[in-house]
Ligand binder design. Sequence first.
Ligand SMILES: Nc1nc2c(ncn2[C@@H]2O[C@H](COP(=O)(O)OP(=O)(O)O)[C@@H](O)[C@H]2O)c(=O)[nH]1
Ligand SMILES: [Mg+2]
Length: 242
Amino acid sequence: MTLQAPRVSIVVPCRNEVARLPRTLAALSTFVVEAAYPVEVVIVVEPGQDATPDLARRAEAENPAFRAIIQAAQRGKGFAVKTGMLAATGDIVFFMDADLSVPLRFVDEFLPFFDQADVIFGSRRHPQSVIGQSQPFFRVASGRAFNLALRFCGVTQFRDTQCGFKAFRANAAKDVFSRLTVDGFGFDVEALAWAGALGYRLLERPVEWNDAPGTKVRALADGSRAFFEAVLAAKRARAENI
Ligand SMILES: Nc1nc2c(ncn2[C@@H]2O[C@H](COP(=O)(O)OP(=O)(O)O)[C@@H](O)[C@H]2O)c(=O)[nH]1
Ligand SMILES: [Mg+2]
């Protein structure tokens, strides 16, 4: 790591998160205070059916470390993450899920590895990962099928592109997310493909992961759309830079 402490940004995409976001905002507030480096939290909310935008606005009003970006339209998690990653001002920019499936202490676990990488991402398939509460069987099975199909198509060599905990050096975040085209759940695959195509060093790291109830993902409908979008976008990313 550089001698000077990096400024860290944490982007949290949200939609319909009134049930799960308050605990996460509280954990983030504590994290900001205790961290040995400056932290900025960027909550990106898409319109839904609940008062998540109010929660984000209140967090911004109460804590100078928090920013709320309220999107005008619902385009999907990928677009929300892209918006946050491009708005973030830190030297290292994380994104993570509103349910904190990966505990916040993994920010500290990841940071030293920026010595050897530009993009570091959690992999639930890493042999040292600890899966506490697993996702339901059908979700795990469809996730495995998604990944096998991606690898079969030559779109990725990674065994878990979908873990919602990833970190980028600021320049990699700008280069990758300014090119991102996939608005939905296939965006992680495209982001990793761009990072590889642009010559950034990628590193998979083990994480601790606990499934939180209240998923927003419809495995079949979202998964199949994500698959086709990811395949097309990742192939485009590779073709443009080789
Ligand atoms: N902005 C936005 N965020 C979303 C959307 N769908 C899911 N998310 C967020 O993406 C993250 C992961 O969602 P989650 O339902 O926990 O996914 P799972 O853990 O893979 O089942 C959470 O922070 C959600 O609020 C969406 O359509 N728009
Ligand atoms: Mg989740």
